[in-house]
Design a protein around this ligand. Structure first.
Ligand code: FAD
Length: 378
């Protein structure tokens, strides 16, 4: 069989690979995407789809803020198709403060966001109760970030792949890559797809194809309810979520509830390291649901339809790997932990900026894979 030469071969049609495929196809490159399973069937199918600006570090803020703006631009430029196909909705985030100590954190976050041009609104206890009547009484207040949104992630991945296909990209679905170099991908059927450069966007599987990539699996559980339109209005997150997301050694849970366009409520979330099996972990699930009910007691009366788990691809410094690997012409787009739905669009832009020598909108240095290779050598 004669190898077909593409400009770029992308491994993985999760939301990150899909967004990269669309970005490169838009730039006029001849793109191949290779996906072993379903489009968006990996972590993307398991994710919550919260499009959120985060402030863990300046670099995390820059990438999430840039990406959130890219989601909003698409929603403005491509309605109604984008909104229907991806179920994108700008419902806003409500950070929920349980007590005065957490209100201090609300005010710190408010200052951080406002200094960087992100609109936010501080709510006192009464305003929070009015905005979200199903929260328990007695909470201290909250911080609303109105431009944050939600999407249904596998549909987002499909949307970007279909856009890329209309721009000439070719999808090889049901094909497993067993070897990846900067010159192309060897498939399990023995064929080789040649390219000028390649992108490993295989999420938490990335180290299997590119040894030395420093990502670890971080397991998460989610639950979805039957339809209760209006029960939750914003993406709700307890401020204690930050403690949960920061912990890199212990199992943790935090209250996180999302209104879906269908009227369903998606409830999260848990974080576990060192667990490789996909099985539901009943004690962790129990803790997660108990935490949700603590914040929204009436949730206890609702019907849950399904629960599942997924794996975030976590890096030691909680920033993704976007850029050249140690192998010539092999690029990485992985390590997005719990923010890959949000940052898929920023990742695609920053990767294409590097390859096509365009000027990036934000500094790329914090995300370059070379930083973790330096760590590994140190
Ligand atoms: C419980 C949970 C909640 C989350 N909530 C959010 C959230 O609210 N907001 C947010 O922004 N992010 C969230 N995330 C994170 C987000 O889901 C991920 O960061 C994102 O989906 C990663 O996308 P990806 O394309 O890198 O990886 P994946 O979606 O895992 O895609 C990788 C793809 O590569 C394919 N693949 C792997 N190996 C091969 C191979 N050898 N050959 C061919 N194909 C291969 C896989 O089949 C897969 O489809 C959450 C994650 C979890 C687990």
């Amino acid at each position: 069989m004669t190898p077909t030469a593409f400009d770029v071969v992308i491994v993985g049609a999760g939301i990150v690979g899909a967004a990269c495929a669309d970005e490169f196809a838009q730039a006029g490159l001849h793109v191949a995407v290779i996906e072993a399973g379903q489009i968006g069937g990996g972590a993307t199918a398991a994710g919550m789809g919260h499009i959120v600006v985060m402030d863990d570090s300046e670099a995390q803020f820059a990438l999430t803020n840039y990406s959130q703006q890219l989601w909003r631009t698409l929603a403005a430029e491509l309605p109604p198709k984008f909104l229907e196909d991806t179920e994108y909705e700008e419902c806003g985030t409500m950070w929920v403060a349980a007590d005065e100590e957490e209100m201090d954190e609300v005010r710190r976050k408010q200052a951080f966001y406002e200094q960087r041009g992100v609109p936010v609104e501080v709510l006192d206890a009464r305003q929070l109760a009015e905005a979200e009547p199903n929260l328990r009484p007695g909470l201290a207040g909250g911080l609303r970030v109105p431009q944050d949104g939600v999407t249904y992630p596998p549909c987002g991945a499909r949307f970007f792949i279909e856009q890329a296909q209309t721009r000439g990209a070719q999808l090889f679905q049901g094909k497993t890559v067993i070897e990846l170099t900067g010159k192309g991908a060897r498939l399990s059927d023995g064929s080789f797809i040649a390219a000028g450069f390649t992108v490993n966007a295989s999420g938490s599987w990335a180290p299997e194809l590119t040894p030395g990539v420093n990502v670890q699996k971080r397991k998460g559980h989610l639950v979805i309810t039957d339809r209760y339109p209006g029960f939750v209005r914003h993406q709700l997150i307890e401020l204690g979520y930050l403690k949960s997301a920061h912990s890199i050694s212990t199992d943790s849970v935090a209250f996180n509830a999302q209104p879906r366009k269908t009227g369903q409520i998606l409830i999260g979330s848990s974080r576990q390291y060192g667990v490789e099996d996909k099985q539901i972990d009943p004690p962790i699930l129990r803790r997660m649901i108990d935490r949700a009910i603590e914040y929204m007691p009436r949730l206890a009366k609702l019907s849950a339809l399904r629960t599942w788990t997924g794996f975030r691809a976590a890096t030691p410094d909680k920033l993704p790997l976007i850029g050249p690997s140690a192998i010539e012409n092999l690029y990485l787009a992985t390590g997005h932990e719990g923010l890959g739905i949000t940052t898929s669009l920023g990742t695609a832009k920053l990767l294409a900026d590097q390859v096509l020598k365009r000027t990036p909108a934000i500094p790329i240095e914090p995300y370059l894979p070379s930083r973790s290779m330096e760590d590994a050598h140190a």
